[in-house]
Design a protein around this ligand. Structure first.
Ligand SMILES: Cc1ncc(COP(=O)(O)O)c(C=O)c1O
Length: 447
């Protein structure tokens, strides 16, 4: 039985998490921040590095769940934000010249981007607005999502995010499982759930529901933790939407700006009707966007009837950070490096797994990568359900996480990690060596 405990000094973290439990749920601000045995309290992030309150320094692959595509606290982005703060202020909540620059830029670089709305914070906000406008455009009510997919905290799609396999129903016709008490059953009933990558099943489900479906929502690559996506599957979704007048929505909150300047849609050559962006768009500053076809986006108020408001929409610091981040990504060199480092991790770790003949495979989609202790094909939620979290229920993943942390590499609870342009080849080589060492040490248990 494989077992590796966390051995680094965590006195300050443990004191803080115990105290924090009195003031916030389990001492963390959101479920994603909790991991076993306890989450480290982080006091500083810079470039590819992260420091905790016990002065442990790590090479980081958490990237604050994806935003830090240039590395944490990029100095050029920071300088642009500081300059804006000093000379222009924080928020006017009026039209702003930089907001014009950013929406114009979206129409130049994102294939589906004709008109854009900017939200003030995370990717959940534009996802929510995408569902509302898709319903208004089609005059239909149901939304199709894929089992295991996460599209934000709002009720519209908080269904079958990580369902237990007892509740999940047949693999090729999954149940719609509410992810939380407090969500109305009427809302859950409006969500049709399909298995990712299963062309036959999705075609059958769409044929059945076609008159009710307003939107099909999909993450174009590394979807809901599933590292493999068939391009033909994405193309099929495009065809089905065209055939039945359904709005195709790409959730590019993770893939946007990280995999390609124009999003995964530009990389893969499949253009949705609506695209949702956040995270890497501003390298850690909160801002997000919904962009898409003119005839749909023009339905938003005040041009059309679809309610759209928000005090922080297009807040200027986020817009400035986005403009600078996109500028830094725009010469193509950044993405070349991100892909090269991601591919290197995968190739070298798979060579180690082959050499040791262990049951393990590494995957990446550019800079998004993850190590899975199985050689079964990973094509949908059911294939990864017991590996979604690096906790004690997943002993191999949990042991690897602790081994990484014990050796100065920071990951949190997901097998999915992120490389940034700040990572050096030496840091990536060191990370590969540390995982290889784990595989060698536990070779027998990993077979
Ligand atoms: C694919 C995807 N969509 C949407 C979201 C929601 O974004 P946010 O947490 O910024 O609201 C996330 C967050 O992790 C995500 O991974």
């Amino acid at each position: 039985m494989i077992e590796v405990d966390l051995k680094i000094k965590t006195d300050n973290t443990r004191r803080m998490i115990e105290e924090a439990k009195a003031y916030s749920p389990a001492g963390v601000i959101g479920d994603g921040r909790w991991y076993e045995p306890y989450p480290l309290f982080i006091k500083k992030t810079l470039g590819s590095r992260i420091w905790d309150v016990d002065d442990n320094e790590f090479i980081d692959y958490h990237a604050s769940f994806g935003p830090a595509v240039l590395g944490y606290n990029d100095p050029t982005v920071r300088a642009a934000v500081v300059d804006t703060l000093e000379n222009e202020g924080v928020l006017s909540a009026t039209p702003h010249p930089k907001e014009l620059e950013l929406t114009r830029l979206f129409s130049q670089i994102i294939p589906c981007g004709e008109k854009t709305i900017l939200c003030g914070g995370g990717g959940s906000d534009p996802m929510y607005n995408a569902m509302r406008v898709a319903r208004a455009y089609t005059n239909r009510t149901k939304l199709l999502k894929f089992e295991g997919g996460y599209h934000g905290w709002h009720d519209y799609l908080t269904v079958s995010v990580r369902p237990s396999l007892e509740d999940a129903g047949p693999a090729d016709a999954p149940n719609s499982v509410s992810a939380s008490p407090g969500i109305l059953q009427d809302t859950v009933k409006q969500v049709v759930v399909a298995p990712f990558n299963d062309e036959e099943a999705v075609e059958r489900i769409v044929e059945r529901e076609k008159d009710n479906l307003a939107a099909i929502v999909v993450e174009p690559g590394y979807s809901g933790g599933c590292p493999v996506m068939k391009l033909s599957f994405l193309q099929l979704l495009r065809d089905l939407c065209d055939r039945h007048g359904i709005v195709l929505v790409f959730d590019e909150v993770v893939t946007g700006f990280r995999t390609h300047l124009g999003g995964a849609q530009a990389l893969l050559g499949v253009t949705p009707d609506l695209g949702v962006f956040g995270k890497a768009m501003a390298n850690g500053f909160p801002i997000s966007a919904l962009t898409g076809k003119r005839e749909i986006m023009s339905l938003f108020q005040p041009e059309g009837p679809v309610f759209f408001q928000g005090t922080y929409n297009g807040q200027v610091l986020g817009v400035v950070a986005a403009l600078k981040t996109i500028e830094l990504l725009s010469d193509g060199e950044a993405h070349k490096k991100l892909w090269r480092l991601g591919d290197k991790i995968t190739d070298e770790l798979n060579a180690v797994a082959d050499e040791l003949e262990i049951d393990a495979r590494c995957y990446n989609f550019g800079s998004i990568w993850g190590m899975y202790f199985t050689r079964r094909p990973l094509e949908n939620y059911r294939d990864i359900a017991n590996m979604v979290l690096l906790n004690r229920d997943n002993p191999k993943g949990y042991a690897m996480k602790n081994h990484l942390m014990n050796n100065g590499v920071f990951v949190t609870r997901s097998p999915r990690g992120f490389v940034s342009t700040s990572h050096t080849d030496q840091e990536v080589d060191r990370t590969i060596d540390i995982i290889a060492d784990f595989c060698r040490t536990h070779q027998e248990d990993l077979r």
